[in-house]
Design a protein. Structure first.
Length: 353
């Protein structure tokens, strides 16, 4: 992998590698674009990276996505992301995240971290021991806590916009939704959709998560292989990225794709095929911005009502994207990208960059 070539191709500002022998920390932080402010994005901690190149690929894609997510949401932040390659054997989790906090501090405020896949508000408490530049702390520590409910609320608002624009529905009563992944965000989304009167089918590789959704929400469960092929109104990927790929796309019988996962389209051509088949797509970084919006409020002093109000506006964002895409005869994800690029270009021009 030619790292500098990749950085130049997508205009990354910097990539930082950190190692701490005492704790086994191996971390990578990528900053994509900080035109609007410090890079804000979560830390993903996994033990499943097969090689360093896989971790670097993950952090690069995610950092760029955070730039676009923050800019589209109108936040005063740029795009940054971190991944930690967890040690294979036993390790002191508190010490490792404290060491990671020191790594974040060494960047001088250019990167603000928070939780992501494989991390929690409790992990962020340990990160806080090493740096000031962390949000998403537990509420008991004055933070905003778990951002998953806010991500789910934003996705709900996005689905409502899709239902209004593409399905002609004024509400979600009776709307058929298939959710892939009922972990943190997927479970909260399922709960909100049930409250709105939607009919739900769910799948997850974690049987306990499925059982919880069945027992507490009364949803129907199918296998992860069956779910994409269901005849539903909305397919909502809420697990890891790449949910729309060569395997799943031919199976889809939905009218729209609108979920919480990042990087839902494995490749650009999968977005082309969705459009060709008349399936509406709510761009992932537009619809799943609720968690980022929520933790961003901590920087200026957390206010839950203000955060919820900003998350609610995801409805307007998704509706406007779909409307512009139809007017211009193009795909929603291209419209979302264009809006962000227009905003970044205008900001850079204003400051003479």
């Amino acid at each position: 992998m030619d790292l500098f070539e990749r950085m130049a191709d997508k205009a990354y500002e910097s990539v930082h590698f950190f190692h701490d022998a005492g704790t086994g920390l191996r971390a990578v932080v990528a900053l994509h674009d900080t035109t609007f402010g410090a890079g804000l994005g979560g830390t993903r901690a996994l033990s499943t990276y097969a090689a360093e190149a896989q971790a670097v690929d993950d952090v690069l894609r995610l950092a760029r996505g955070m730039t676009y997510k923050a800019a589209l949401a109108g936040l005063p932040h740029g795009g940054g992301k971190a991944v930690i390659m967890l040690p294979k054997g036993p390790f002191d989790r508190a010490a490792l995240f404290t060491a990671f906090g020191r790594a974040v501090e060494s960047l001088g405020g250019r990167y603000v971290t928070t939780e992501d896949s494989g991390t929690s508000p409790e992990d962020m408490e340990h990160v806080r021991k090493g740096t000031r530049h962390v949000v998403g702390l537990p509420r008991s520590r004055g933070g905003s806590g778990d951002p998953s409910p806010f991500t789910a609320f934003g996705v709900l608002r996005g689905i409502q916009a899709v239902a209004k624009f593409h399905l002609g529905r004024g509400d979600l009563q009776g709307t058929r939704v298939a959710i892939m992944g009922v972990g943190h965000v997927g479970y909260h989304l399922a709960r909100l959709l049930v409250e709105q009167g939607a009919q739900l089918w769910v799948a997850d590789v974690n049987e306990n998560a499925v059982r919880r959704a069945q027992d507490e929400l009364g949803v129907r469960a199918v296998s992860p292989r069956e779910l994409p092929a269901l005849d539903v109104d909305v397919y909502a990927p809420c697990a890891l990225g790449g949910a729309i790929d060569d395997e799943t796309l031919p199976l889809l019988r939905c009218k729209a794709v609108a979920g919480a996962a990042n990087n839902q389209l494995r490749e650009e051509r999968h977005g082309v095929e969705l459009a060709r088949r008349g399936i509406a797509y709510a761009p992932d970084y537009a619809i799943n911005a609720g968690g980022l919006i929520n933790v961003a409020q901590e920087v200026a002093g957390y206010d839950e009502a203000r955060s919820r109000d900003k998350c609610a506006k995801i409805y307007d964002t998704i509706y406007a994207i779909l409307e512009r895409a139809r007017a211009e005869g193009t795909r929603p994800e291209l419209v979302a990208d264009r809006i962000v690029e227009e905003r970044l270009a205008a900001a850079k021009k204003a400051r003479g960059a």
